[in-house]
Design a binder for this molecule. Structure first.
Ligand code: UD1
Length: 417
């Protein structure tokens, strides 16, 4: 297993190019099931989760060819309707194939994903929506078995804005007969990106990016070429890397408007951010001041940036309170951050962080994807050496993070254990 060795204390400076979005690419890959033929997807990040999605599509009969950041997916021969436990357990988003397979073949059998490190993460809202579209659903032997002679439009009102649920239902309803209205829909930019590719394939979707999405079902959809949006969470992580090291970093290939909630909080903390021609410059000449955050569905502060922001607050001037409202168990990084000398107390879903002047490098262990990023950020700011082990989580969602950080002047190396 690989680990990262970081000699902290270097101010980051220079330019970094943000990769394509993992969370947009995953449903976009799945959406190709709806458009039989050769789809070409560009700006794809090199990540383990992308490989897993490719394996899922191949197991269904797709022919996939990768060439750099461009992936060609031929879904003409997607004839299998089963996604097995082996694949779904390694990546929850695989469950999104259920609806598209059902829409295309009238039946599907997909493993239930189970819980994960950050919480129970049920898929009841996905299944409620599929049932409303006319699917007959049974849970047997750990699998969801779904059948539908013909899917039809329906009015769906989610209990909470779920990103995966909104994507799943949008894809499935695209090929149902009649109109579907999704209320209390999630509004994340990745949902807009998915609606854009679906519409390019011939779907008729309006309102993606708002809390009410209307989908007029179409009979068939055709393959397309499409570019994935930039990864806002990777961009946000580099912004905090600049801030936590007192650096000066420019970010390219990103959409600053996707990061408004983070930008406001960083400005509040005294970080200097300027946007010129969509190149974002992040500078932090002084110690940041403590600010409070509460995670919320988009456009609120993203839960996927909570751990990284906490790393920054560990060295801020003053005390901050971070409240996690999306996932019930997303403070796994706290005990690891305390190994750096951070002063954090957790009560329920709130953490109080009293900033310290300096963190001290330590051996730590990554527990999930974004928690891993927070440990790297702490290591960059800490004195002496930090070793982050179990970084396989990181390879799921950050493309060449150590190379990108090293190019900005960080002293960071991947070492085989
Ligand atoms: C997606 C993102 C993930 C991000 C999360 C929240 C992908 C691949 N992953 O995950 O990085 O952290 O959005 O922004 O895009 N819920 C239910 N029942 C359901 C569905 C969700 O109770 O059927 C709950 C979840 O447990 C969670 C909340 O709703 O508490 C939000 O989850 P959701 O938006 O669905 O997250 P994901 O789509 O799984």
């Amino acid at each position: 297993m690989d680990k990262l060795v970081i000699n902290g204390g270097k101010k980051l400076s220079g330019e970094v190019t943000v990769s394509g979005s993992k969370n947009a690419a995953l449903p976009i890959f799945v959406s190709t099931i709806l458009a039989p033929g050769l789809n070409t997807i560009g700006n794809v990040p090199f990540l383990r989760d992308i490989n897993t999605t490719i394996k899922v599509l191949e197991s269904l009969g797709a022919a996939v060819e990768g060439n750099g950041h461009v992936v060609k997916i031929d879904t003409a021969n997607v004839n299998s309707v089963e996604a097995t436990y082996d694949l779904v357990k390694t990546m929850r988003a695989s469950v999104l194939v259920l609806g598209p397979l059902l829409a295309r073949h009238g039946r599907a059998r997909v493993s239930l994903p189970g819980g994960c490190a950050i919480g129970a993460r049920p898929i009841d809202q996905h299944l409620m929506g599929l049932k409303a579209l006319g699917a007959d659903i049974h849970l047997t032997h750990g699998y969801v078995e779904a059948k539908a002679r013909k899917l039809h439009g329906a009015r769906i009102n989610f209990d909470m804005p779920t990103v995966g649920g909104t994507e799943h239902l949008m894809m499935t309803a695209a090929l149902a007969t009649g109109e579907t209205i999704i209320e209390n829909a999630a509004r994340e930019p990745e949902i807009v990106d998915l609606a854009n590719i679906l519409n390019k394939m011939g779907a008729r979707i309006e309102g993606a990016g708002t809390d009410t999405i209307r989908i007029e079902g179409v009979k068939e959809m055709s393959p397309v070429c499409y570019e994935v949006m930039p990864d806002r969470i990777e961009a946000g992580t580099f912004m905090i890397a600049a801030a936590i090291t007192g650096g000066d970093v420019k970010l390219r290939n990103m959409k600053p408007e996707h990061l408004d909630a983070l930008v406001f909080k960083l400005l509040d903390a005294g970080v200097e951010i300027t946007n010129k021609d969509s190149v974002l410059r992040v500078r932090c000449p002084r110690r940041p001041t403590a600010v409070n955050i509460k995670t919320r569905p988009y456009p609120g502060f993203p839960t996927d940036m909570q751990a990284q922001f906490m790393a920054l607050m560990c060295v801020a001037d003053g005390a901050s309170v971070i409240t996690e409202n999306i996932f019930e168990n997303r403070f796994m990084h706290v005990s690891e951050l305390m190994r750096f000398g951070a002063d954090i107390t957790v009560e329920g879903n709130s953490a109080t962080i009293k900033g310290v002047k300096k963190l001290s490098g330590a051996p730590v262990m990554a527990t999930d994807l974004r928690a891993s990023a927070s440990l790297i950020l702490a290591g960059l700011a800490a004195d002496a050496t930090t070793e982050v082990s179990r970084i396989y989580h990181l390879d799921r969602g950050y493309e060449s993070i150590e190379k990108k950080l090293a190019a900005l002047g960080a002293d960071i190396q991947r070492v085989k254990e």
